[in-house]
Design a binder for this molecule. Structure first.
Ligand code: FAD
Length: 424
């Protein structure tokens, strides 16, 4: 496994600080060893370091190299698979789940404030509807927000109001929620890593973990070193191949983003003067928002597995100009992609592969907020408090048929299935 540099994204081009943590060399001991330095791994490490644990994080590439440093940066409300979790754990967990929906948002807000992380954090979000059934779902969400006295502004917008707010007639209505938001994910992840190190954590980059020797005191092995620890947390999500069992329970789905050149004030006034993040409800979805330097970051899923920016742009540009014909002559400066882990039942997968080796993965497209919650839950679990961990761990993960044997064709079939579902 060869270490890699960051993908050619807008985020990598505008990063505040280039990380350069030394690779793991020699034998080390820790209370907890975390594998993977994305949001899950870094969030877990920071929570643990704040509680006084000696934590070592081992990353194959760079901090935020995976989905965490490439994503749409949208802080979405909710956890995927909530209905399934309530079905399995009973009605008693409904209120706890409601609180968990927003816990990741609170952690992000709090960390940006406490550690002064410069990551363009902004609040303001629009969930848009394409079909009547989407409007019904948004109405139900609006009712839930009202029933819980949601503390931030939220409002249903008609088709006309949606058009006035984001300058497109592509949607039949929307739910505006000022409690959700957006940020520069790579700068957030690196800022949290810096905070974790200040709190006493150790991070190793360019150190692919080759295997975990399980036992009373598990050992994490790389080519040039090892960390033995009381606990190990596997946080490699869709990018690791350490435990075959964990790969077989998620569909690895590609998502792509492109960034336009910076837009004029006039264009911004037409398409998004309130600086909201926007997302549609389809599985093969589209999402967009403005960056701090006023580019449109436009993302979506497509049937492509490579990383060629020209192909990505060719796929996404017609979708962007269908929503915003006014951008037909706008230049695209960056295009990139990444992999999302999608469990069949959509329930994030938190569990153990052995008594002291935990894992945490599979957030579907809701990783920015849920990884932050997950890091806190993993830290709780290491400390012996498993109330929230058990709500996730209690739901059996379903094996994705053929994912090992058929690989990409299997994923293509999965995408086709969901595309058909979107059309119904
Ligand atoms: C294009 C795209 C757009 C997205 N948009 C959004 C969005 O707008 N909002 C949202 O909420 N979610 C979004 N997501 C999902 C979200 O980014 C992920 O759910 C989240 O970042 C997962 O974080 P993670 O830390 O678990 O995994 P990752 O960020 O993928 O990190 C895993 C890390 O583990 C490391 N690793 C793997 N194997 C090993 C090994 N053997 N040894 C050491 N290290 C290893 C990898 O190098 C990587 O750095 C998007 C994802 C993509 C790809």
């Amino acid at each position: 496994m060869q270490s890699q540099a960051h993908t050619g994204s807008y985020y990598a081009a505008t990063v505040n600080k280039v990380t350069d943590y030394a690779p793991l060399q020699g034998a080390h001991r820790a209370d907890v060893c975390v594998i993977g330095a994305g949001f899950t791994g870094i969030s877990t490490a920071l929570h643990l370091a704040e509680r006084g644990y000696n934590v070592h994080v081992v990353e194959a590439n760079r901090v935020g190299w995976g989905a965490s440093g490439r994503n749409g940066g949208q802080i979405i409300g909710g956890i995927s698979g909530e209905a399934e979790m309530i079905r399995k754990n009973g009605e008693d967990c409904r209120e706890l789940l409601w609180d968990m929906r927003w816990a990741g948002h609170d952690i992000i807000r709090e960390r940006v404030r406490t550690y002064d992380i410069d990551c363009d954090l902004k609040f303001g979000y629009l969930d848009v509807a394409i079909k009547d059934r989407h409007l019904r779902d948004l109405d139900a969400e609006h009712e839930r927000l009202a029933a819980h006295n949601f503390p931030f502004e939220y409002r249903m917008l008609s088709k006309e109001e949606t058009h006035e707010t984001i300058g497109t007639k592509a949607y039949i209505g929307s739910l505006m929620n000022m409690g959700n938001g957006h940020l520069h994910p790579l700068n957030m992840c690196i800022g949290e890593a810096t905070a974790a190190v200040k709190q006493g954590a150790t991070i190793y980059e360019q150190s692919p973990v080759l295997r975990i020797e399980k036992g009373n005191r598990p050992e994490v092995i790389t080519e040039q070193g090892s960390v033995s620890a009381d606990f190990v947390v596997i946080a490699g999500n869709a990018y690791h191949a350490l435990e075959k069992k964990l790969r077989g329970i998620m569909l690895p789905v590609s998502s792509f983003i492109m960034a336009t050149e910076p837009l004029s004030e006039e264009l911004i006034g037409l398409i998004n003067p309130k600086d909201l993040a926007v997302c549609d409800p389809n599985y093969v979805l589209e999402y967009f928002r403005l960056s701090a330097d006023k580019r449109l970051l436009f993302g979506g899923r497509c049937k492509y597995y490579g990383s060629d920016p020209d192909v990505i742009q060719k796929n996404l540009r017609p979708r962007m100009t269908k929503i915003y014909p006014v951008l037909k002559n706008t230049k695209i400066d960056f295009a990139w992609g990444g992999t999302i882990g999608v469990p069949i039942n959509r329930v994030p997968q938190l569990g153990r592969v052995s008594p002291n080796v935990f894992y945490c993965q599979g957030y579907s497209g809701h990783g920015v907020n849920v990884t932050h919650l997950a890091g806190q839950i993993m830290a709780d679990a290491v400390a012996g408090t498993c109330e929230r961990f058990d709500i996730f761990a209690g739901v059996k993960s379903l094996v994705v048929p053929g994912v090992h044997t058929f690989g990409k064709p299997m994923v293509a079939l999965g995408m086709l299935y969901y595309q058909i579902k979107d059309r119904l």
